[in-house]
Write a protein that binds this ligand. Structure first.
Ligand code: UD1
Length: 430
C-alpha cells in the first residue's frame, strides 16, 4: 500500500504551478461527448478521477486520443452504448454527468445510481427533477438510473437546493432541447461557468452562468471545438493553506485570483499576507496564525472542498475557531486523525470547535477522503517529526504530482510502500 511519509517542520518556500480544475474537467469531458465532431480538450489534470471518466466514455465506444499528459482529443461519433456501470460510479461519482450529456445528445442514458460517499449522503433528486421537467422519463431500478425522452422541451426549473452537479447536468440536457429553459437557484461555481463557456463554444446558447439564473435557448446541433480548462481553485487553495500552516512563502502560479477570493480573505484574516497578480497569488505567512470562524457555502462562499485545509491550519492558530460545514454532513472525519497529531478539536454535528495548539506532532494517520487527505499532508508538513499518511489513493484522485510539487517547495515528503523505504527516508532526511 502506498503511503506518504513526511518529515515536517520546514516552511514551504518557492513557486508552484497549478493544473486544470478537476471538477470542471469531469463535467467538461461529459459535455464534450454531446457532439459527433472532434473535441480537443487542453489543461486537463492528469489525475485518477479524470482518467477514470475518460475510460468510462471509451467503454461506450467513444474515441479518446491522448495527445500529451494534459491534452486529449475526443470523438463521440463512434458511440455504441449510453450505459455507465456501477464499476465507474462507485469509484468516481461525477460519472453521473453522463446522464445529462447522453440524455441531451441521444434522448437516452443508463447510468448507475451513485450512492453516498465518504463525505456524506449525496442525493441526485434535483438532477432527476430537472430531467423530468424537460420531458424525460426517469426510472430507478436495480441500482441504475434509466432516462429516456423522444423529445426534450425547454422549461422553467427551480432548484430546491443549490447544487453544482444538478445545475450542470440539467444545463447539458437542455442545450439541445426545443425552446427556452430557465434554471433558477442555479449554482454559481466557476466550474458551472466553465462548462457553459465550452458548450457555447460548441454552438449552444447559454446565458447567465455564474449567476443564479441560467437561461438556455435550445439549438439543433453542437459542433466540435478546442477548449482549455480553467485552473483548479482547490489545488491552488490547498497550496495557499500549506504555505500558511508551515509559515512559508509561496507564489502560486496559473490561477484566476477572482476564484480564490473567499480563500484569500480568510488567509488575510488569519494573518497571512496575500498579494494578487493577473494569474498568480503570493502567500507570505505570518509567524502567528490568528483564529477565525468559517462556514462553508456555495460559491462565492467558502468552498466545502477547502474546509479540511483551513481546519488543519486553524488548529495551529493562537485562539479558538468555529468551523461550520453546511454542504456535506460528515466532513469532519479528518479531525479525529488530527487529534492524534495533538490537535484540540471538538465536533458537534456540523460544527467544529478548534482551539489552536503551538504545534502538531507527527503520527500515522489515515486519509478519510480526497481533500481531508490533502489537509492531513499539510498537517504533516507543519508537524514536528515524522508523519505517515495512509490512503493516498484518495489524494491521487484529485492532485497531480502532489508530492513532487511539495518537494519543489522544499518539503521532505516521499511515497513509500514498505518499512524498508520508510527507514531509508528517515535515514536520508536526518
Ligand atoms: C460539491 C460542491 C462543489 C464541489 C464538489 C466536489 C457546493 C455547493 N458544491 O458539488 O463546489 O466542487 O462538491 O467536491 O459546495 N443536493 C441535493 N440534491 C441533489 C443534489 C445535491 O440535496 O440532487 C445537496 C447535496 O446533498 C449537498 C448540496 O446539495 O448538500 C450541494 O451538492 P452539489 O453541489 O450537487 O454537490 P456537488 O455537485 O458534488
Amino acid at each position: 500500500m502506498e503511503q506518504y511519509i513526511i518529515s515536517g517542520g520546514k516552511p514551504l518556500i518557492g513557486e508552484v504551478e497549478i493544473g486544470g480544475a478537476k471538477n470542471a474537467a469531469l463535467a467538461i469531458i461529459a459535455a464534450a461527448v454531446m457532439t459527433d465532431e472532434e473535441m480537443l480538450l487542453e489543461n486537463l489534470p492528469d489525475v485518477k478521477d479524470v482518467n477514470l471518466l475518460l475510460q468510462a466514455i471509451q467503454d461506450t465506444g467513444i474515441k479518446v486520443e491522448r495527445i500529451d499528459r494534459h491534452t486529449v482529443k475526443i470523438n463521440a461519433s463512434t458511440i455504441h452504448s449510453y450505459r455507465v456501470d456501477y464499476e465507474y460510479i462507485k469509484k468516481m461519482r461525477a460519472s453521473y454527468y453522463l446522464l445529462g450529456a447522453f440524455l441531451g445528445k441521444a434522448g437516452k442514458a443508463e447510468v448507475a445510481l451513485p450512492g453516498g460517499c465518504d463525505i456524506g449522503s449525496r442525493p441526485i433528486d434535483q438532477h432527476i427533477k430537472g430531467f423530468r421537467a424537460l420531458g424525460a422519463d426517469v426510472e430507478i431500478s436495480n441500482g441504475m438510473v434509466y432516462t429516456y425522452a423522444d423529445h426534450l422541451y425547454g422549461q422553467h426549473i427551480y432548484m430546491d437546493v443549490v447544487s453544482v452537479g444538478a445545475s450542470i447536468n440539467v444545463m447539458m440536457a437542455a442545450v439541445l432541447a426545443d425552446g427556452y429553459t430557465i434554471i433558477e437557484n442555479a449554482a454559481k461555481e466557476p466550474h458551472v461557468v466553465d462548462v457553459a463557456n465550452m458548450l457555447n463554444r460548441m454552438g449552444a446558447n447559454i446565458r447567465g452562468a455564474g449567476t443564479d439564473v441560467i437561461r438556455i435557448r435550445g439549438v439543433e446541433k453542437l459542433h466540435g471545438c478546442e477548449y482549455s480548462i480553467i485552473p483548479d481553485q482547490i489545488e491552488a487553495g490547498t497550496f495557499m493553506f500549506a504555505a500558511a500552516a508551515t509559515r512559508g512563502n509561496v507564489l502560486v502560479r496559473n490561477v484566476i485570483p477572482k476564484h480564490l477570493e473567499a480563500i484569500t480573505s480568510k488567509l488575510r484574516e488569519m494573518g497571512s499576507t496575500v498579494m494578487e497578480y493577473d494569474d498568480a497569488v503570493h502567500v507570505i505567512a505570518s509567524d502567528v496564525i490568528k483564529s477565525t470562524h468559517v462556514k462553508t457555502l456555495p460559491y462565492p462562499g467558502f468552498p466545502t472542498d477547502m474546509q479540511p485545509q483551513i481546519g488543519v491550519t486553524l488548529g495551529l492558530s493562537s485562539g479558538t475557531s468555529i468551523v461550520i460545514e453546511s454542504i456535506f454532513e460528515t466532513r469532519f472525519k479528518y479531525l479525529d486523525e488530527l487529534a492524534r497529531m495533538g490537535a484540540d478539536v471538538k465536533v458537534e454535528g456540523n460544527l467544529a470547535i478548534i482551539t489552536g495548539v503551538p504545534e502538531y506532532k507527527g503520527a500515522e494517520v489515515s486519509a478519510p477522503d480526497l481533500r481531508a487527505g490533502a489537509a492531513l499532508v499539510i498537517a504533516g508538513l507543519a508537524a514536528k517529526g515524522y508523519t505517515i499518511v495512509d490512503g493516498i489513493k484518495y489524494i491521487l484522485r484529485g492532485y497531480e504530482r502532489f508530492d513532487e510539487k511539495l518537494r519543489a517547495l522544499g518539503a521532505n515528503i516521499a511515497v513509500v510502500t514498505n518499512e524498508r523505504e520508510i527507514i531509508e527516508f528517515k535515514y536520508k532526511v536526518v
